[in-house]
Design a protein around this ligand. Sequence first.
Ligand code: RB5
Length: 148
Amino acid sequence: MIALGSDHAGFPLKEEIRAWLDENGYEYKDFGVYNTDRADYPVYGARVARAVASGEYEKGILCCGTGIGISIAANKVDGIRAACCSDYFSAKYTRAHNDANILCMGARVIGGGAACELVNVFLNTGFEGGRHADRIALFKKIENGEEL
Ligand code: RB5
């Protein structure tokens, strides 16, 4: 199950991604926004991030104008590894090496066709584990304020 969200700037891209998820048979919940009225991206970044961190949703997809603000918001939530991507290689390797659990994209950065390709590779690439898992474990230490 995928958690989906955006602010007003990301809304048109979120809608294209939502249509793609429908066409490709993915289950998701849309956490808003539901129109282009001005909205604060930290609110929607946090809602999706908390839904993913709770374990109820396996992955999240977030859109704002740049993809950056909403990724910063999502990464404030413990257990979240939100990656802002606009190219295929990054979307693939943030899964393989970072075990990213939220993909963030900018509606003012990439078009819908490219974004859906990134969503596809993000959802279908597994985490490689091994040495990468040791690094992910260090994220938890950062969250806990431990020395590195
Ligand atoms: C909204 O205008 C815009 O600032 C926001 O969508 C995002 O790009 C912030 O990072």
